[in-house]
Write a protein that binds this ligand. Structure first.
Ligand SMILES: [Zn+2]
Length: 369
């Protein structure tokens, strides 16, 4: 991946806002232009899957595996018998070149085509961590349409040079890619009903020569100076709800500064400890000290119950002690009927003793145990 400018001081964040197709009332279908474009993106992605599978098959035929010779690169106890040839740079360059030639065949431009190809590439990269190969999808149940902002939107002398546009420029713009109304001045003043209503604005997302009118819920305020790298219209199908849409911005913003000094934290430490006649279970922690006394949770070590009488740690210990006594009594009796004293007899506890008695009853021969 390309190294980002300002990677030390700035971070990328995705802001996602719920959006609705204005004037479209069928939640289980997409408008034709949207459906057609999303289908072409998916068909392209499926073609990549099929082509790669075919090319991998051809590669495997042309490069049969060779006998593995153990060497310094082997793991301890290496059980490999064959080495498979790694698909080389030529293989991937050729696949990539083929993939880019296909954009126009599927009616995709460099932006949307490259976006699908990049997503495909990311899935391939994940395979190294154990994910499966990308598979063709038969049903259209999600899509994502990208518009990337390139550097011409930002002055050359701006410290950010990686490309993008100012968030403030997206309001009431004449851009065919994306525009939205500026929310009323009181939209973020409070959480009153009027304020919340002001956050619902009109917007429009353009792609492939079409413009989709939207209603957008700008539920949080972004700085006008925030740098937007790209905007997406994404949709996915929720079985019961039908299609759900979002507008997503990738924004480059300054990393939050860690506050020094006073921490305003509260925590609860969980830990079991017997204190007197109680079991302490948890203690509150305010960032400076553990608050003993009334800010801790204690349970009594024994308490009366209606059906079992008194229940507590002492009773558990009594049960344990009784079981130990019974095991020793049982072992003493068993030893009198055994022909020889078994090995490590002193280590046999109740589970070993039970297994031994069970085997004797089943008449399993000694050697098979
Ligand atoms: Zn080896």
């Amino acid at each position: 991946m390309r190294k980002r400018n300002r990677a030390d001081t700035h971070q990328m964040r995705v802001y996602r806002f719920r959006t609705y197709l204005k004037g479209w009332n069928d939640p289980f279908r997409l408008p034709d232009v949207l459906h057609s474009f999303a289908s072409r993106q998916q068909a392209y992605s499926n073609a990549l899957c099929t082509e790669l599978e075919k090319r991998c098959g051809d590669w495997a035929k042309a490069h049969p595996p060779t006998a593995h010779i153990h060497g310094s690169g082997c793991a301890p106890g290496c059980a490999k018998t064959l080495d498979y040839a790694r698909r080389d740079k030529t293989f991937w360059d050729s696949f990539r070149a083929w993939a880019m030639e296909q954009f126009s065949l599927f009616g995709l431009n460099w932006e949307s085509g490259a976006d699908v190809l990049e997503k495909f590439q990311r899935t391939l990269n994940r395979m190294k961590a154990g994910g499966g190969p990308p598979r063709p999808k038969l049903r259209l149940d999600s899509f994502s349409i990208l518009h990337r902002y390139t550097s011409r939107y930002i002055p050359k002398d701006h410290p950010s040079t990686g490309g993008g546009t100012f968030f403030g420029k997206l309001f009431d713009s004449r851009s065919k890619a994306f525009t939205m109304e500026r929310p009323g001045s009181l939209a973020f003043a409070s959480n009153s009903r009027d304020s919340r209503r002001d956050r619902c604005i009109l917007a429009a997302f353009g792609f492939d020569g079409h413009i989709i009118p939207l209603r957008l819920v700008l539920h949080r305020q972004l700085d006008d100076e925030a740098i937007v790298k790209n905007v997406r219209l994404v949709g996915y199908k929720e079985n019961a709800l039908g299609w759900v849409f979002h507008i997503c911005f990738i924004v480059e913003e300054p990393k939050p500064v860690r506050s020094q000094g006073r921490t305003r934290a509260i925590g609860v430490d969980i830990g079991w400890r017997i204190l007197g006649s109680d079991l302490r279970v948890a203690v509150a922690y305010d960032g400076h000290a553990h608050k003993s006394g009334n800010l801790e949770l204690r349970l009594p070590l024994s308490f009366p119950t209606r059906d079992l009488g008194v229940v507590g740690v002492q009773q558990l210990e009594d049960i344990q002690a009784m079981r130990d006594r019974l095991v020793e009594q049982c072992k003493a009796k068993v030893l009198t009927v055994l022909p020889v004293k078994p090995e490590r007899w002193h280590l046999v506890r109740h589970s070993g003793l039970l297994r031994m008695l069970f085997d004797r009853e089943q008449n399993v021969p000694e050697s098979a145990r």
